[in-house]
Design a protein around this ligand. Structure first.
Ligand SMILES: [Mn+2]
Length: 319
C-alpha cells in the first residue's frame, strides 16, 4: 500500500513531520516502513528554505526502494534550464529569462558551493517517470491525459538530450509534456480576469480537466483556490458563458470508473484539504505559501476518502 505526498518545495521540516505521522522512521539515514511505500508527486525544489535537506530525504527513499516519485514541472524545468540548446549557442532549452531565474532562484542559491551535488540531483531528476500507473492507484504531477501520454509513449524518459530536443522541436510532443506536468489552462472571455495570490491579474486560468467541459461555464470549469473565490478577485461579467468549443474538444475528462489518480501542482488553499472528485485528489495545498504539506494514506480503496488526507501546517504559519 502507498502513502502519497504532494508538492514539498523545499519544506523538509514539514516533510519529516508528515513522514513520522505516516509511521515512517529513519533507519540507516533513510525514512522507511517495511509494509508501505511513499509515492511523491513531484516538485521537491524551488521556493522553500530547505531544498537540499528535502532532496537528502527524498532521493535515498526512492533509491532504497522505500518510495516512488514522479517528475514535477519544477524538476523538468531545472533539467531544461541546465541543458544547453544545441540549436543556438549560449542558450538553454529553458531560457534564463528574468521570470525563469526568479522561479528557480532559491534552488540555485542554496546549491552554491554544492555544484557537483546539484549535477547529481539533475541526473537523478532525469530518471524520474512522468507518471506512475500502479496496482490500484495512479500518480501524475498535474494531469492524467491518456491522449497526451500516448504521444509521449513511455513514462520513463530518461529526460536526456534526445528527449529535450524533441520536447523543444516537436510541438505536439512539447505540448503533451506540458499538459502532463502543468495541466491545462483556458483563456477567459474578453474583459474577464481573476487576481492570483500575488494580486496579479490573470486572463488564463487552470481548468478542472478531470471533469467534462461540455455545457460548463468558465466559472464552473476553472480551478481556482478558495481564497480567491471572493467577488473582488473574480472580475468581468462573462464568467457564466459556456466554455469555448476548443476547450470542450481538448478535454479528456477522467472516467468515473477508473482507479483513483493523485495529483499535485495546483496550489490549492482552504482550511480543509479534500478530494476534487470521487477518484481524483490534489495533494498540493500550498505548503510554500503558509498552507499545508498534504499526504494521503491509501489502503486500496477505489474511491478517495477525505478522511484519509493527512496534513502538516507550514512551519511558522497560523493555519
Ligand atoms: Mn508545485
Amino acid at each position: 500500500m502507498y502513502d502519497l505526498i504532494g508538492d514539498i518545495h523545499g519544506h523538509a521540516t514539514e516533510l519529516e513531520q508528515i513522514l513520522r505521522e505516516l509511521g515512517y522512521a529513519r533507519r540507516n539515514g533513510t525514512y522507511q516502513r517495511t509494509d508501505r511505500k511513499v509515492v511523491f508527486l513531484g516538485d521537491f525544489i524551488d521556493r522553500g528554505p530547505q531544498i537540499r535537506e528535502t532532496l537528502e530525504i527524498v532521493r535515498p527513499m526512492v533509491d532504497g526502494g522505500h518510495a516512488l516519485a514522479v517528475m514535477g514541472n519544477h524538476e523538468f524545468n531545472a533539467i531544461a534550464y541546465a541543458t544547453p540548446d544545441p540549436r543556438k549557442n549560449g542558450t538553454f532549452i529553458r531560457s534564463h529569462s528574468e521570470k525563469n531565474q526568479r522561479q528557480h532562484r532559491e534552488t540555485l542559491r542554496q546549491m552554491v558551493g554544492h555544484e557537483a551535488e546539484w549535477r547529481s540531483y539533475l541526473d537523478w531528476f532525469r530518471s524520474l517517470p512522468m507518471w506512475l500507473d500502479l496496482n490500484g492507484v495512479r500518480a501524475v504531477h498535474a494531469c492524467w491525459d491518456e491522449t497526451r501520454m500516448a504521444v509521449i509513449g513511455n513514462a520513463t524518459g530518461p529526460i536526456d538530450g534526445a528527449f529535450l530536443e524533441r520536447f523543444s522541436a516537436d510541438s505536439s510532443y512539447g505540448r503533451a509534456v506540458d499538459v502532463i506536468l502543468k495541466g491545462k489552462e483556458m483563456k477567459l472571455p474578453a474583459g474577464c480576469c481573476f487576481l492570483d495570490k500575488d494580486g496579479h491579474e490573470r486572463t488564463e486560468t487552470r481548468t478542472r480537466w478531470f471533469e467534462p467541459a461540455d455545457g460548463r461555464s468558465y466559472r464552473e470549469y476553472a480551478l481556482i483556490g478558495e481564497d480567491r473565490e471572493n467577488p473582488a478577485a473574480i472580475q468581468g461579467d462573462r464568467w457564466h458563458e459556456p466554455v469555448s468549443s476548443d476547450i470542450v474538444n481538448d478535454a479528456v475528462p477522467y472516467p468515473a470508473d477508473q482507479i483513483p489518480v493523485f495529483i499535485g501542482h495546483y496550489w490549492l488553499d482552504g482550511k480543509t484539504p479534500r478530494r476534487q472528485t470521487a477518484n481524483v485528489a490534489c495533494l498540493d495545498w500550498s505548503v510554500a505559501k503558509g498552507g499545508f504539506l498534504c499526504g494521503y494514506e491509501w489502503n486500496g480503496e477505489a474511491t478517495v476518502s477525505d478522511a484519509a488526507f493527512r496534513m502538516v501546517a507550514a512551519a511558522g504559519s497560523k493555519a
